[in-house]
Design a protein around this ligand. Structure first.
Ligand SMILES: Cc1ncc(COP(=O)(O)O)c(C=O)c1O
Length: 409
């Protein structure tokens, strides 16, 4: 039997508890949506204010050199590298995840001439499937989408690229990156990992797994802010062979020579396209300081423990209330979120949010709860379950206000 006192004791023993003060979170709010938009690190506003008032207002265009704006995408990529098991100069910040996925899928397909299948997961986040579909059409490939459990069996010698998301956005189910990467390589395919729901939530081992390419976003567990730029990883062994399709001037070896012909940068910079969204890069770079000194194995242990407590409390408190566990019970197979299915999921989530307990909803019936281990407390889990129990058992969700769909769910 888990009690609130037990959760408070877990918080008291939590060696990451001090990290919560690195974020500016409203005191009356429980935030379990860092898997959608990370909380704001408290150091970011001062850094942005400096970028605006000093570097832009006074430095003007000189700041590209004098305030070191120009190398910020590389610098920020190098900070992300530690979090995803990549080497220095294998990661760069640019564009959105969707755009980076497009660049990487085209580049990877070009590296496997003679093969014509892009293998993807049917239940992946829609943008991944949409982009893969467009790349397949452009490159004369077939996009083959299968269920997650059928991926490994579907990798054969026609497959050029396996494109997967490490942690599924809806269920939180996690692939064994090392095993699937090995299977892809044994069949002669390349693999692309989308790390949107893993970067910053757990240690990721891209190089130890032998991954070829990866992409991921800056605004979820990396806390870079709404619409933060994304990142892209290319294993250093591939970089010379990579020809990405969006050949903008920032990917050129000498952008300011302004030559007529495109010559790709010899390193990871070739994944760039145009001018960086500089304020977004600065926000992301400073947000990443929240991870300074954080041991990623400890981060993962806490994420697993938060998820386990959530699941145990669901069993204990929500029995008979129509909630179905939609995430793996086994933590080994789980990312940093737990999803519950409920027929009235949308209205229940709106009722929760009205009580300042913030998760989100994914159609048709999934309530998602994300556990960002840097700032989520064990008592938050207890309090969330208590509110859920009250809302469902009293039908507090059953109002026109809570049932009315907003554009962002
Ligand atoms: C797995 C996955 N990939 C990509 C995205 C979004 O990509 P973008 O940054 O291009 O909007 C999301 C957003 O939630 C996601 O969950």
């Amino acid at each position: 039997m888990i009690t609130r006192e037990h959760c408070a004791a877990l918080d008291a023993a939590d060696t990451l508890a001090h990290c919560r003060a690195r974020f500016d979170l409203p005191a009356d709010t429980i935030y379990l949506d860092g898997n959608s938009l990370g909380a704001m690190p408290a150091n970011v506003p001062a850094r942005i204010e400096r970028a605006l008032k000093q570097e832009w207002a006074h430095g003007l265009i000189r700041s590209w050199n004098d305030a070191d704006w120009y190398p910020a995408p590389q610098r920020t990529g190098n900070k992300i590298a530690r979090l995803i098991g990549a080497g220095l100069d294998e990661v760069i910040v640019a564009d959105s995840t969707s755009v980076n996925l497009f660049k990487v899928l085209v580049a990877a397909t070009r590296m496997r001439p003679g093969r014509n299948v892009i293998l993807a997961e049917r239940t992946n986040f829609p943008t991944d499937v949409y982009i893969a579909s467009s790349v397949a059409e452009m490159t004369g490939c077939e996009l083959r989408c299968v269920d997650p459990d059928d991926i490994v069996a579907a990798i054969d010698d026609t497959v050029a690229i396996v494109s997967l998301t490490h942690v599924n956005y809806k269920t939180g189910k996690r692939y064994d990156m090392e095993a699937v990467t090995r299977q892809a390589h044994e069949a002669g395919a390349l693999i692309v990992w989308d790390l949107c729901h893993s970067a910053g939530a757990m240690p990721v081992s891209l190089n130890r797994s032998g991954a070829d390419f990866a992409v991921g976003c800056g605004y979820k567990y990396l806390n870079g802010g709404p619409g933060a730029p994304a990142f892209v990883f290319v294993a250093s062994r591939h970089i010379e062979a990579v020809r990405q399709p969006l050949t903008g001037w920032h990917g050129h070896s000498k952008p300011f020579d302004l030559t007529h012909d495109y010559a790709p940068h010899p390193g990871i910079d070739r994944m760039l396209t145009g001018t960086a969204p500089q304020l977004g890069v600065i926000a992301l770079e400073s947000a990443l300081e929240a991870f300074d000194g954080v041991d990623l194995d400890v981060l993962r242990d806490k994420s697993v423990a938060l998820g386990n407590v959530f699941i145990e409390l669901t069993d204990q408190e929500l029995k008979g209330l129509g909630c179905m566990l939609a995430s793996p019970r086994d933590a080994e197979q789980r990312g940093s979120q737990v999803s519950l299915g409920h027929a009235q999921g949308y209205a229940i989530m709106q009722a929760l949010i009205a009580r300042n307990v913030i998760g989100d909803f994914r159609a048709p019936d999934i309530l998602r709860f994300g556990f960002a281990p840097l700032y989520v407390r064990y008592v938050d889990i207890w309090d969330t379950i208590a509110q859920l129990k009250d809302i469902i058992s009293t039908d507090a969700w059953n109002t026109e206000e809570f049932k009315a769909r907003k554009s962002v769910t």
